[in-house]
Design a protein around this ligand. Structure first.
Ligand code: SF4
Length: 208
């Protein structure tokens, strides 16, 4: 039975990889908003197509635009450290992307029009990956799924009921944590650590 389940899971992952490749191919040609004119490369995703956790950030920055990989700059390195400290493996447990796939000039916040134009790729990724947990990383990602007025500090760390069969949690963006160094109890870094430990515990419950 275990062999059968492993074979089915491998097959599902192969199908997901093929579908994501097709979606990425379309995205690479996309000029649906003006950000297509100034990008160096689309920043589609990183991580594992069969991952149980999908992390959605805001938008690519300069390092991401240059490499085509999300969360590779200083903020990405800090995120990696927090994930590792919580026992989460970026390459195995997570599939990582952003609300939009091209870098906004001067790293400004994406507009609603840009997010709407890019939403087909984001929702395509969610429907292909079928994650068990979605992490909305930072205000922009949270506002995309909840509402424009929401403050990350008031909703982070709670399980949110947005999708059937997917546990959703908002967490701080690592860029914010780069500006907040304290690790004292109650500080943003301390809260991020607690939130990711909660995610790890939920993953273990799902696995059992
Ligand atoms: S941000 Fe999204 S919608 Fe706009 S050009 Fe890039 S891929 Fe297309």
């Amino acid at each position: 039975m275990d062999h059968l389940l492993t074979a089915i899971n491998c097959r599902n992952t192969e199908i997901k990889i093929a579908s994501l490749k097709e979606l990425k191919n379309v995205c690479e040609q996309c000029m649906a908003c003006d950000l297509g004119k100034t990008r160096t490369s689309i920043v589609f995703s990183d991580g594992f197509a069969g991952a149980p956790v999908m992390l959605i950030g805001e938008a690519p920055g300069a390092d991401e635009d240059a490499t085509g990989i999300p969360f590779v700059g200083r903020a990405g390195q800090l995120l990696n450290q927090f994930l590792a400290d919580a026992g989460l493996d970026r390459k195995k447990d997570l599939y990582i992307c952003n609300t939009i796939k091209c870098r906004p000039p001067q790293n400004r916040i994406p507009t609603n029009e840009e997010k709407l134009a890019c939403s087909a790729y984001l929702f395509g990724q969610i429907s292909i990956i079928k994650p068990r947990i979605i992490l909305l990383c930072g205000s922009t990602a949270a506002q995309t799924f909840i509402n424009q007025e929401i403050k990350i500090s008031t909703i982070r760390g709670k399980w949110l009921n947005i999708f059937e069969d997917i546990d959703v949690m908002a967490i701080f963006h690592p860029s914010y944590l780069l500006r907040n160094h304290s690790t004292e109890p109650g500080s943003p870094r301390w809260l991020m650590k607690k939130d990711l430990e909660t995610v790890k515990n939920r993953l273990q419950e799902i696995d059992n």
